[in-house]
Design a protein around this ligand. Sequence first.
Ligand SMILES: [Cu+2]
Length: 323
Amino acid sequence: MIKFLSAAAVAALFCMPSVSASAHATFERAEANPGAAYKGVLRVPHGCDGEATNTVRLKLPDEIVSVKPMPKAGWTLTTVNAPYAQAYEEHGRKISEGVREIVWSGGALQSDHYDEFVFMGRIAPHAKAPTTIFAPVVQDCANGQQRWDQVPAAGQSAHGLKAPAPAIRLVAAAQSAETPASRTYKLGSLSIERPWTRATPRSAPVAGGYLKITNSGAVSDRLTGGSFAHAGKVEVHEMSHEGGMMRMRQLPRGLEIAPGQSVELRPGGYHLMFMDLKQGIVAGQNVKGSLVFEKAGQIEIEFDAEAMGASTPAAAGAHEHKH
Ligand SMILES: [Cu+2]
């Protein structure tokens, strides 16, 4: 006697989920630098065995700090805050706890649909590189669960894992020096690009600091000073023509960065003056320092030391030192 299967039973037996099972939950940006900002875009390709996803839980690895999740229409956002495995310093302040888990709940993401879940954060400055870090994800559905939490054994690849946790490869900024983001710093609505300085004779009393500042915000700010590891103090200067002579003078109120404007500090123009140098600057060094803005506050940065007399940072003319 022949038994006829219902259409639903046939579908259950033979139909694969319509999105390929090899589509894993992953981050859009799979590489990051220790100390740099990181925007995490988690891509969720399907639900639990055809079921709609109602909750997405993302566990952050120890290396991702200062996390702010992006709210999502139709979903309730909650976070789990806890101490970090290792505290770190930001703008001179010790940060020892923050968001360790993000939960978007109360949604209904059909298994046939695709969506993204976003957060902004930073890779801890003390994070090791090169290494790979993992952020396990769990999707809750009405009856089932889809977990993305498999982590390869040390030294092994994630290929072949059925449900690998989303991974981010950490690489030292120097190893990806050609990416323009590697020496870009963000402070509120200010972005600071490629701070650099020049090598000096051993006994030189002063040196210049150069960089580009862009204000993408709505209010004006002022660069009022900063610090440089080898200098006693730092002033903001400008060069100007006075009676046919190039003169340098301090800007006592600092340098204005108007909304929507970019200001470039460069040799022969506006610059930071590193005064009372305690030691010479050697080409190839990265020298720690900071910038202070009237409104945005302080940010720690690093100056790349170019050759004596250089007129641009080497990375600006990448073709010159590549090949
Ligand atoms: Cu000067």
